[in-house]
Design a protein around this ligand. Structure first.
Ligand SMILES: Cc1cc2nc3c(=O)[nH]c(=O)nc-3n(C[C@H](O)[C@H](O)[C@H](O)COP(=O)(O)O)c2cc1C
Length: 373
């Protein structure tokens, strides 16, 4: 399974794992892949704590950090805002019709209000000011990779990472995005297809990966979206990728911080149970379909707003829903590979099984293409 990207990062397997959970990140890197911590949900202070923990638990193996800097954001160029001030500013941009719809949904689903001492916080990690603070913190730790979703990082951030000896990756949902990333100095392209969990585009992994590989000759490409087992890693490599960038798979691992109800939902879901919806963040993101996602598709409602307004609009509602543990309403982002996530396994076992199945697949292909047993 060794490809040139393994040498670039000093890793055994070209398996990259995006996770918001530090235990998963450290376990993947210790198991020979490269764990990448998603920063978007953390304050800058909390990110520092998470990274210090990883530094102590990763046994010196390389790991990365993923920020979310959209190419366009309400605060682009206005970096440095306090997250609470920014959220307050965003609230003023939300039409009253949307506030009324959220109130109506809270009544319709009979969701109790928050206790007085609980403050809802929307995720503002994708606002430029907050994401830049994440970059500063990340570069103060011994990271090997800085990845960015929703666009190339700004040129000065790419330069800053390179000055620290850190490689830069960016997610691409179209070949044109990938070309732009290469022109902006990005070192690794993550070609992420429609099947993926979280924010995702319209082009499927099978179609996207060869297009991206051809569009950015010479720049390593990782395939993402719908990869959870060795046969899929082999397919990604045959499409020209140097490895796989995975996310959903680890959500139901033993190390994951997903709650027990959420884990049960992953284990029960089929690959048909997800939907690409703007109702959580304002940009299309894949999650389990439920009553909440359907309420935002209802043509009699106002429909979702853009990023970051939708998240701030629904921050309190989501906090209220989360307290009820109502799985028919909460946000459960995951990709179509959820249909194969049928048992809780350790990160080490998932990695071992993926490598084993990859080797069997490659041997089978060399020896006459019989069906897998
Ligand atoms: C729960 C969840 C949250 C995600 N959040 C982010 C994120 O904050 N930044 C990012 O670059 N990618 C994010 N992604 C996308 C992953 O980086 C990755 O591209 C994707 O999970 C790959 O497809 P898969 O889910 O089929 O493995 C997220 C994915 C999931 C499942």
């Amino acid at each position: 399974m060794h490809t040139p990207i393994c040498d670039l990062f000093g890793i055994e397997y070209p398996i990259f794992a995006f996770s918001h959970c530090r235990d998963v990140v450290a376990a993947v890197s210790r198991a020979g892949g490269l764990g990448v911590l998603g920063a978007v949900g953390f304050s800058a202070e909390q990110l520092d704590i998470e990274l210090s923990w990883i530094d102590e638990h990763v046994d010196g193996m390389p790991y990365g950090v993923d920020t979310v800097m959209p190419a366009k954001s309400v605060d682009t160029g206005g970096g440095g805002d306090d997250p609470d001030d920014l959220a307050a500013r965003i609230r003023t941009m939300i039409p009253s019709e949307h506030w009324e719809y959220v109130d109506e949904l809270m009544d319709r689903f009979d969701i109790p209000p928050l206790p007085d001492d609980v403050e809802p916080h929307g995720v503002v990690g994708w606002a430029e000011g907050v994401a830049r603070a994440h970059v500063e913190i990340a570069l103060a730790h011994p990271i090997a990779l800085l990845a960015n979703a929703l666009g190339s990082p700004p040129p000065d951030v790419v330069d800053q990472a390179h000055d620290h000896g850190v490689k830069v990756a960016a997610l691409a949902g179209k070949a044109q995005h990938a070309e732009r990333h290469v022109n902006n100095g990005v070192d690794v392209i993550v070609a992420q297809g429609h099947e993926a969990g979280g924010h995702t585009g319209e082009v499927t992994t099978m179609v996207l990966v060869p297009e991206v590989v051809d569009a950015c000759e010479g720049t390593p490409v990782l395939a993402a979206g719908g990869i959870g087992r060795g046969r899929q890693v082999a397919a990604a490599m045959s499409l020209g990728a140097q490895g796989a960038w995975t996310g959903s798979l680890w959500l139901a691992s033993a190390e994951s911080n997903s709650g027990p109800e959420t884990i049960d939902r992953y284990l029960a879901a089929t690959s048909s149970d997800t939907v690409r919806t703007r109702c959580f963040t304002g940009k299309p993101a894949r999650a389990l379909r439920n009553t909440w996602t359907e309420a935002w598709e209802d043509p009699s409602g106002p429909g979702p707003l853009g990023m970051p307004l939708q998240n701030i609009l629904t921050a309190e509602a989501n906090a209220r829903i989360n307290r009820t543990h109502r799985s028919d309403l909460g946000f459960v982002p995951v990709g179509q590979i959820v249909g194969s996530m049928n048992k809780v396994k350790s990160v080490r076992d998932l990695m071992f099984e993926m490598v084993e199945e990859y080797i069997e697949t490659v041997e089978r292909m060399h020896s006459g293409m019989t069906a897998p047993t």
